[in-house]
Structure formats: C-alpha cells, structure tokens
Design a protein around this ligand. Structure first.
Ligand code: BGC
Ligand code: NOJ
Length: 806
C-alpha cells in the first residue's frame, strides 16, 4: 500500500494523506539555518546547532508527535482548518504534501477555499519563508481570518525543557508593526535574536501563548481563533509565541498571497541596541526586505531549484529502471546532502538535544557528498580531524556550533581514526586536490598543535598498528562501527551508558571488522603516500597491512565466514561455535571488500554464508541467530529484543558493504539484488509494512525474529545514504573516481540493460554509455580504445565521450 507517489519531473514525493503511518519528513535549509518539516508542517527550526541555537520549540514524545512547527489557521465562518491538516485537524476536502529538494508545499482545500503553503529556506540566508496563497474557488464572497503561529524555544533546547524555574521568567519580546522579535537573553550574553513577520498589515497579534490558546486548550482550537479575536499581547516570561491575525475578503475567483518569514540575526556586540533595551533591528529589516514580495520569494524559490538542478547534474543516470533512476538522480544524493548537514543530530528520531556530529558518521557521510560541494567537504574534513588526539585516537562526536569534541562521550571507539583516512582519500580521488594533506590542522583543537592533515592520517594508521591484541588483530576499545558490541564494558546496572561505562582500553578484545578496515584504508593511505609523499612510507604501511591481513586469514576466519571479534576472554564472537550470534554481517562485507583471503576464495564463501543466514525480504540482517538473553560480556547488542537494531535487524548501513563486496568478487546479480532489497523506492508498495518514508533510507528494518518484521525505524540520518550511493554509483554502475582519473568499470546484471551516465568530474563533463555487445569489451574514449579502466584526466572544461562495453 502507498500513501503517495513519486513525481520525478519535479523531484518530489507527493503525499496524498496526512495519515501516514509516521510523520514523513523533509529538511529545509542548506547551510546554517535549518528546518525539519513533516507532512503536516510540524517540526522546528534552528541555526547551525539543534541543541544550542534552537529557534522554535518541539515537544518530545508528544501526541501527535508532529504538532507544532508552522501553524496556520484559516477561519471561514464556523469552520477553522489548516492547509497542512494540523494543527486544526479539520478534515480537508483535499490534501496534498509535496516534499521536494529543500522545500515542502502543502495544498489544502476546504469549502471552496484553496490554501497553498510553500515552505523553504532561501539560499544563503538565515530564514524560513512560508508563502501562503489563498484563493476563493467558490461562487460566494468569503470573509476569512488567517492566524499564523510559531512557538519560540528559549535557544538552548535542553535547558528549555529542563530549567523552568529560570526560563519561565526570562522570555522577552518586542513587536513593531507586523514583526515580532524574540529577544530572550539578548539583554545579557546573547548577540542574536529571531523574528517572525508577515508582509502585510496585521489586524492583531498575540505573543502570549496562554492568551492565544486559552485555559486548558491545545493547538487544535485556540480561543482567539474561535472568537475571531487577537489580544495584541506582548509576553513577559512564561511561554512566548508569535501569532499574526490577518482578515481578508475574497470575491469569487479572487486570490491573495502572504509571505511569512522566520528569521535569525546575529548582531555585533557593540551594536546590539538601538536605545536602552531596544534591539538593533537593522539587520532584521534588511533580511525582511529581501523577501517581502511575491516576486522576490518566487525568485528565491527558483534559485533553490536551479541550485539543486546544478548539483544533481553532477551524476545523472539514464536507465530503463525508473525506481533506480529516481533513487540515483534524486533521492540518494538528496539524502547525502541531509546527512552531511545533520550528521546524526536532528531528525524526528534524533532529538537534536543529544548527539551532535559523529566522527565516524560524518566521515562516512562525506563519502556520498564529496562530489556535490567539494569545498564544504574539505572544510568538514578539517573540522573532523581537529578533534583527533595526538595519539591518533579521536573524540567520538563534536557539537556543530562549537566544533569542540564532546567530553561526555569521549573517545575509545577504535574504528574512528580509520574513517578519517577513508574520507580524505575519497576527497582527493574526487577533486584531485592533494593540498588538503598540507593543511595545518590542530589536535583536539589546541592552538599551536597544528600539523599537516597528512600527519593526522599517519597517526590514525599508527594508532591501529600500536593497538593490537593477542591475535595480532586491532583492539576494539569501547566499540567499533557497531556501537553496541561493547566487549570491555561489563555493565550490570540499568541506565549505565554502554558507550561510556567501563574502561575503553581492553588489552585483549579484538575486532576483525577493524582489521578489514585497516586492510582497505591502510592500502588507500599507502596510495596517498606513494602519490603525494614517500614511497618508503607506502612500502612500510603495505607491510603493516600485510601483517593484519595475515592475522585475519589465520585468526579471523571461521571456516565458512569471517569471525566478528574476540571478546575480553579471547572467546570468539560471530563463530559457528557460538550458540547465538554465529555470523555477523560487518566483517563479511568489509573483509571481502578489502580482498582478505581472496586467493583462498574466502569472499565467495563469506557471501554465500550471508545469503544462507542473513538475507531476508527487505535486506540483510546484521547477525544470526539473534541474542535472546543479555550477555554482559557483549554489551548493548544483547540488550535489544531479537530482530531489532543491532541485535538482528537489517541495519541498512552495512547492506551496501555486502553489495560492494559482491562486486569485488564479480557477482553482479548479488550486488544488485542486495542493493534493491532495502532500497526505499523499491519498498514503496509495502509502505504500510515499512512505515517510514519511501524516498529515504531508515537506519533499520526489523528482522525476521522481530515482532514487527519489515517495519523500518529512524528515517533519514543514517550512513546508509552515503554508502548506498557509493555502492550503486561507483561499484555497480561502475563510475568511480580514482587518484589518477575517472574509472569506468561496471558490475551490472543483464536485467539492467544498457544505460548512460553523465558525470561532471574535475572540471570536465563525461558522457558515458554502457552497453552490452557480443564479442566487445573495454573502453573507448572519444572514439579511441584505451588500456584499462581509468580515463586519464583531460584538460579542464573538456567533454569526454566514453563507451564502455560491459
Ligand atoms: C544504538 C546505536 C547508536 C548508539 C549511539 C545505541 O543505543 O543502538 O545504533 O549508534 O546508541 O550512542
Ligand atoms: C548508529 C551510529 O550513528 C553509527 O555510528 C553506528 O556505526 C551504528 N549506529 C551502528 O551501531
């Protein structure tokens, strides 16, 4: 069953009912000012940091959990309704929500009135625009009242929800004309304020929530709306909101449009006030002036569309498979932008109050983002490297606003350092810009500690070399990629954090997964040395890779698949000898990708075991059989009920590893099959089972052992976005950046047929046609056959025509 449909020409998913199984959301904003928006216009806005600069309030665990956000009421006689269904909740005569690239458009109709609400953040400015177009399609004159409403958050989202004894006394506002300014704490240490305005004269306003709503009422029927009234209240303390009242008369066929703007402004400290206690409104007025007419808003909306057309033109596929085309050309890349912007900080399932930017998460997000905006990728790599410690280990997370490592979680996740190598190498393969390796980058943000980025990568590599266990395999620390495999934790008390409890340093527990990573990324580092540094260092790192490869073949192979780990007692994890948790997906994917045991056929065997044990209808489960009891020596993994999360769900992030691994051993059928199983557009028809958005990946899909097999959870912010795009665009369709140029080496099943890809790469345009023709193989470039798969980089600005005979 579906709840909407894809409109590929407009790059939108069109939701046709507000009653989706869960809020189906979208993101507004590209760089700095962001909004989350659900298919009933719920959500919230923030500037840079969802925890420290929250602009509008969100109520956690609320029912419905997408109430709030942008609230618009249309009062037409006795009937009050909202164009996005909520908050009024009045049944509409028709409803439509179009989630597009950085914008969402709602169209609601009721009793002959149509209201279209377009929400987006214009490029380069810190504001959300809501354009509301109202038309009277009936044959009578309509006297309508529109109410807008947003609820201010008192900036720090955690404090806002905790510290009422202070917060309920500090709210401060100013109102001038149609603009309501939120200036809580501005009189003391904040140099920023927010405002909500409309480009029309208002009939009234309210900023005191209790006056607007009335006693014992909720957002669905505010007393002011019911009474067609406005109190012109200026709140002091308690719960500040911003609501405009606009009365309008529409003749039959008449149409009117309003632009609402929610803006954020920073003011230099010495220019904060116009006069005592009165804020300096000049920067706000400038921003308001940029978007106070329909024409200006239309131009900004068009610019946003053109921005996305340009970005999505960098990699564009034309194939006979519509689902594949829409994922590759639109939604994979869109989700990569969102994960790059958000890391794991703010979604409907990540509260924005907890995790900021994850080290390993952001490094992996970059893998799918590099090609879109390389300059932002470069800056991010430096930010991430700056939270690395001198010994090569790293903080696990940082706050986007401060860019400082998060001391609460600390470090000790021993896979982290290697992801820095992965994303830096990928950046250079994409851009050819090796100068990043020279960029002076601090350790732990300490001024004066700067070393070239290359030194950071070196320390990452050395960290693994210097931290091996009894089998010569890398020590796992608090956990590796699998945050829930906590082999040094031994937690017995409820509430203790599995991620931080106990020592991170275990001298014994080892990870076969990190071994696979080291082989893969150690070789990528050696290539960087060879190209841009020293051949001796390249040789010495390859030698170290050889050691870990050997150790993995000797101690990391279980006979039919790769082992997962050795625990703190040196017992095997993920072995046929175990009763539960016999086989784990991660090392099968990573060790095969890394080519470990290739000559002995380990990869083929490992992937056959994956098929036998782990593949289900919707993807590949993370392990089998699931743990049914708590294992103190394994940690959080065994805390989840069977079939959920890391205990046997399809943890979608690692499915592309298996798919890429299949291309490494040349199994095109398996690669594409695994890709399709968990791919959202391919699951659209079972949305009632899958339940999350059919246009983006969710973090997990419950496995066969779960009560709700097939149900997805935690949509949007997942490393799957980047890896799925890497898998399909590079490994399967085969268009892969290398240090020496673009490589074309597809691994596609016959069912896909011929296809073409246009790719902008290092300043040139590649038109690539992949075709099967009997007896033909290899590549021609501008009509000339070439040796191998890598196309030498042409002069910038070239157009390169490539035919690949697959
Ligand atoms: C989750 C993991 C997540 C971790 C973050 C765990 O509870 O299961 O998926 O990465 O928390 O701290
Ligand atoms: C989600 C986390 O964000 C990611 O870092 C981790 O690798 C996976 N969970 C698996 O535990």
């Amino acid at each position: 069953m579906k709840y909407g449909y894809f409109d590929d020409d407009r790059r939108e998913y069109v939701i046709t009912t507000p009653a989706t199984p869960l809020p189906w959301i979208n993101y507004l904003g590209n760089d700095g000012f962001y909004g989350l928006i659900s298919n009933t216009a719920g959500g919230y806005d923030f500037y840079r940091d969802a925890k420290l600069r929250r602009i509008t309030r969100f109520r956690y665990n609320n029912v419905p959990n997408d109430i709030g956000g942008r609230m618009y009421y249309i009062k037409d006689g006795d009937c009050t309704w909202s164009p996005s269904f909520l908050p009024a909740g009045t049944e509409l005569d028709s409803y439509e929500c179009r989630h597009g690239m950085g914008y969402t458009v709602f169209t609601g109709k009721k009793n002959g009135v149509t209201a279209k609400l377009t929400a987006f953040v214009p490029l380069g400015d810190a504001c959300e625009l809501n354009r509301l177009e109202i038309s009277n399609d009936s044959s009578e004159t309509k006297d309508l009242t529109i109410y807008s409403c947003i609820e201010w958050c008192l900036w720090n989202a955690v404090d806002d929800a905790n510290n009422y004894q202070r917060n309920l006394s500090i709210g401060e506002l100013e109102v001038t004309g149609s603009t309501i300014y939120h200036k809580t704490e501005f009189r003391e240490r904040r140099d920023h304020y927010a405002f909500f305005t409309v480009n029309a004269d208002v009939n009234g306003f309210d900023t005191d929530r209790d006056v607007f709503l009335g006693a014992r009422r909720s957002w669905d029927n505010p007393i002011q709306v019911e009474n067609n009234a406005s109190g012109n209240t200026v709140a002091s303390g308690w719960y500040p909101i911003a609501s405009h009242q606009l009365k309008l008369r529409l003749a039959p066929g008449e149409k009117k449009s309003y632009v609402f703007q929610l803006g954020y402004v920073e003011v230099p400290r010495d220019k904060k006030f116009e006069s005592k206690g009165v804020i300096n409104k000049a920067p706000a007025l400038a921003l308001i002036g940029k978007y106070n007419t329909d024409a200006r808003v239309e131009a900004a909306f068009k610019a946003l569309g053109e921005y996305w057309s340009d970005l999505l033109g960098i990699y564009h596929l034309t194939s006979g498979n519509d689902k594949l085309n829409r994922m590759v050309n639109i939604w994979h890349q869109y989700q990569c932008m969102v994960t790059f912007n958000m890391s794991r900080s703010a979604s409907y399932w990540e509260t924005g109050t907890g995790r900021g930017m994850g080290f390993r998460d952001s490094c992996q997000d970059l893998l799918g983002f590099m090609h879109l905006v390389p300059d932002r990728a470069r800056a991010r790599i430096i930010d991430i490297a700056s939270i690395q410690f001198e010994n090569g280990s790293t903080y696990h997370q940082y706050q986007p606003l401060t860019k400082r490592g998060n001391a609460d979680i600390g470090g000790g996740f021993n896979d982290d350092p290697l992801w820095l190598v992965a994303c830096t190498a990928a950046y250079i393969r994409e851009t050819g810009d090796a100068t990043i390796l020279d960029h002076p980058t601090p350790f732990n943000n300490v001024e004066g500690s700067e070393k070239p980025l290359m030194e950071h990568l070196r320390r990452s590599i050395n960290f693994i070399i210097n931290n091996k266990g009894p089998h010569g395999l890398p020590l796992i620390g608090r956990a590796d990629w699998n945050d829930c495999l906590n082999l040094n934790c031994f937690s017995e008390e409820p509430g203790e954090s599995f991620q931080t409890f106990g020592p991170s340093e275990g001298p014994v527990a080892e990870s076969v997964f990190i071994a696979g990573m080291f082989v893969k990324y150690g070789l990528e580092y050696a290539d960087l040395c060879e190209h841009f540094g020293s051949k001796d260092e390249a040789d010495s790192v390859r030698n170290e890779v050889g050691k870990i490869k050997k150790a993995t073949e000797e101690y990391g192979w279980d006979g039919e698949w790769f082992l997962r780990a050795y625990d703190a007692y040196s017992h095997k994890v993920g072995s046929n000898e175990c009763e539960e948790g016999k086989i784990f997906i991660e090392p099968q994917g990573f060790c095969t990708m890394a080519g470990i045991g290739q000559e002995k056929g380990y990869g083929r065997k490992a992937l056959d075991s994956v098929k036998k044990w782990l593949v289900n209808d919707y993807g590949v489960e993370i392990l089998a059989p699931c743990y049914t009891t708590y294992h103190v020596e394994l940690g959080e993994i065994s805390s989840y009920p069977p079939g959920y999360k890391e205990n046997g769900a399809i943890f979608t992030h690692n499915n592309p590893w298996v798919s890429v691994a299949a291309t490494v051993i040349g199994d095109a059928e398996m690669a594409f099959d695994i890709y399709k199983r968990s791919c959202p557009a391919f699951l659209e028809d079972v949305s009632e089972i899958h339940r999350t958005e059919p246009y983006v990946y969710s973090q997990m899909i419950a496995g066969r052992a779960a009560v709700h097999y097939g149900e997805a959870k935690n949509s949007f912010l997942t490393g799957t976005a980047a890896w799925a795009f890497v898998d399909i665009s590079q490994a399967i369709l085969g268009i892969q950046p290398t240090l020496d140029g673009l490589s074309v080496k597809p691994c596609v099943p016959a069912e896909l047929g011929d296809y073409s890809v246009t790719r902008r790469y290092r300043g040139s345009l590649y038109n690539i046609r992949v075709t099967r023709q009997a007896g033909k193989s290899g590549l021609t470039v501008n009509g000339q056959a070439i040796e191998g798969n890598v196309i030498p980089v042409p002069a910038e600005g070239s157009t390169v025509d490539v035919i690949c005979y697959a």
